[in-house]
Design a protein around this ligand. Structure first.
Ligand code: RIB
Length: 287
């Protein structure tokens, strides 16, 4: 069984600030760094750090081919990374004193996927292989439909959540991974975590739901199955990529037929280590 992640690749411009900039305000940053990131790339790195072989399919600008070398160092397969004329995607990230972040992304090359490129990638995968998707690239509905026809197991993390997601064929997805804010936007309801889970399960009855709750832990539910995992208590320095780390570790362990409770607990442990380090992909631990 192979794991394919068709996802974003970003260059993250990270500014450490006392507080997030407000409307009409200009503020100084305390520190500035450039890291590799993107929810797609981070999740591939997390899968690899957790011990899985992962094929990352993504687009970068022709001038940024050093990104491929970096991914290779992380043991991520780069056969399906295409060099395009659009600029590589990037993110402007503010990290405040509490380690919380605020992110603007610019899609660039991430939004330059073409139908024939999707076909070329997917023809190398078979029934039972895993496909992981986030919402930082174009053509998501088409990819979901094509992968479902092949019989791939689809994991979808609708981050960042946009209004377009409401029209995506989420009922074809095997596992939907959302945080509380994404779940709220997807359901249109502001409910507690158990009520959200129930609502999502009613809406997508053949899809397992993984709800991540940050420092409050995570919940997995499918049909009659319901498992809750507490998060480890740590002092957060930078929460960037914590969710991505959780997702990569969860899928890696699940793909090796580990019990769900163990997948949740490994994912939670890895994410809690991630928040103690600065940066995106670089902060994803190997445990
Ligand atoms: O999830 C964190 C990531 O979101 C960052 O690396 C940034 O690139 C944005 O995609």
């Amino acid at each position: 069984m192979k794991i394919l992640n068709i996802g974003s690749i970003n260059i993250d411009y990270v500014y450490e600030v006392d507080n997030f900039v407000k409307s009409g305000e200009t503020i100084p940053s305390n520190n500035f760094k450039i890291f590799l990131g993107g929810k797609g790339l981070n999740q591939s790195v997390a899968l690899a750090q957790a011990g899985s072989q992962v094929f990352h399919a993504g687009n970068i600008n022709i001038k940024d081919d050093n990104i491929k070398k970096e991914l290779t160092k992380w043991n991520v397969n780069i056969d399906y990374i295409k060099e395009v004329s659009e600029s590589t995607g990037h993110a402007i990230i503010q990290v405040n004193k509490d380690g919380e972040n605020s992110i603007i992304i610019h899609g660039g090359a991430n939004r330059a996927f073409e139908s024939n490129q999707i076909d070329m990638i997917l023809k190398n995968f078979n029934q039972g292989d895993i496909l992981l998707l986030q919402n930082e690239i174009n053509k998501i509905p088409e990819i979901i439909e094509k992968a479902k026809n092949i019989g791939m197991k689809i994991f979808f993390n609708p981050a960042p959540m946009t209004k377009e997601v409401l029209n995506y064929p989420i009922d074809l997805v095997d596992c939907l991974i959302v945080n509380e804010s994404e779940a709220k936007k997807l359901t249109g309801e502001d409910l507690d975590s158990d009520e959200i889970i129930n609502l999502l399960k009613n809406k997508y009855s053949n899809t397992s739901i993984l709800l991540t709750l940050g420092e409050k832990g995570s919940i997995y539910s499918y049909k009659t199955k319901y498992l809750k995992c507490e998060a480890m208590k740590v002092k957060a320095i930078d929460t960037t990529a914590a969710g991505d780390t959780f997702i990569g570790y969860f899928i890696s362990h699940l793909s090796r037929d580990k019990e769900i409770k163990d997948c949740l607990s490994m994912a939670s442990k890895a994410a809690s280590i991630c928040v103690t380090k600065k940066g995106g992909a670089i902060s994803i631990p190997k445990i």
